[in-house]
Design a protein around this ligand. Structure first.
Ligand code: SF4
Length: 295
């Protein structure tokens, strides 16, 4: 039988998962942060299909989410201590889809004005801060080149070409984000700051190499990248209009985190651990629609 400590931990985890329990995933809304979400899951959500596999409290989904927010705030402070000027935190930006001009809002992490002596000095960069586990960190860390994750590039390219729609910033409201100027500083691209959540190492055992706790990647974006990403929301609308649900994506599709091992792809996301509509998607339970669900 499990010891008393396990029982206490379970109660705490239940407390952490309370929001998920009470609110579920709420009413569907287009939002920029969903740009790499599975289309089938989005359409089911938009059509009011309830979760068949609600997140398990033991997996700590909300804890991971909160860690991301906490790290973001701390990294901004570290940057300011390090001489970087960070502004426009949580600025609201709204992109429009290429086909139907549907608004897709979101909030940026911030803008960083690059100081003298740094790459792209005198320009400003659109910034995203990501806390990341050891495995993901090893995928993006490369001391010889900038290597962002594709989903992070997609998100930032959408933000860069969106319009500022934030009443808290009346001076810049209505402008395309990448057209803004801060003093003499013009847009110089995007930066993702990756902060590892655990001791980052490459390799195992005595031969393991310690890696720095943080890495950053700088890259350029253009509007066509943004359009390709935003087409996802037009697709959602097309399905809503037609009353259809798209099929299960191919296992090599990035939207289901297709991962290749020895020539065979596995859809990592298609698992009840990561997808709250796994059973309904896979036909293990009936798909019930509730199109007028309020949230
Ligand atoms: S199981 Fe996979 S394909 Fe189905 S909704 Fe979830 S992520 Fe999408």
């Amino acid at each position: 039988m499990a010891h008393d400590g396990i029982q206490i931990a379970e109660a705490i985890l239940e407390g952490a998962a309370l929001r998920d329990k009470v609110e579920g995933d709420g009413k569907y809304r287009h939002r920029v942060s969903a740009v790499s979400r599975c289309l089938r899951d989005m359409v089911m959500h938009a059509r009011g299909v309830p979760w068949s596999n609600p997140p398990q409290s033991e997996h700590g989904r909300q804890i991971v989410f909160d860690q991301g927010h906490d790290i973001e705030d701390r990294v901004v402070k570290y940057m300011q201590n390090g001489g970087f000027q960070v502004t426009c935190q949580q600025l609201q930006v709204t992109a429009r889809t290429p086909g139907r001009s549907i608004p897709v809002p979101g909030h940026i992490d911030g803008i960083v004005i690059m100081p003298e002596g740094m790459p792209r000095a005198g320009q400003w960069l659109l910034m995203d801060i990501k806390s990341i586990g050891g495995f993901g960190y090893r995928m993006v860390y490369d001391k010889n080149r900038s290597k962002p994750k594709a989903e992070h590039m997609a998100q930032l390219s959408v933000y860069a070409h969106g319009i500022v729609t934030d009443p808290k910033y009346p001076d810049v409201n209505g402008y395309r984000l990448r057209d803004l100027k801060f003093g003499e500083a013009t847009f110089g691209g995007c930066i993702v700051v990756y902060c590892c959540k655990e001791r980052p190492k490459k390799g195992y055992g005595p031969k393991a190499v310690e890696l720095p706790f943080m890495t950053t990647t700088i890259f350029d974006v253009d509007e066509s990248d943004s359009y390709v990403s935003l087409d996802l929301y037009d697709e959602v609308e097309r399905h809503l209009e037609a009353g259809t649900v798209p099929g299960i994506p191919s296992p090599d599709d990035p939207m289901v985190w297709g991962r290749e091992t020895k020539g065979v792809y596995t859809a990592i996301r298609c698992n009840p651990r990561w997808c709250a509509r796994y059973d309904v998607c896979q036909g293990k339970v009936d798909m019930e629609f509730n199109e007028n669900k309020e949230g």
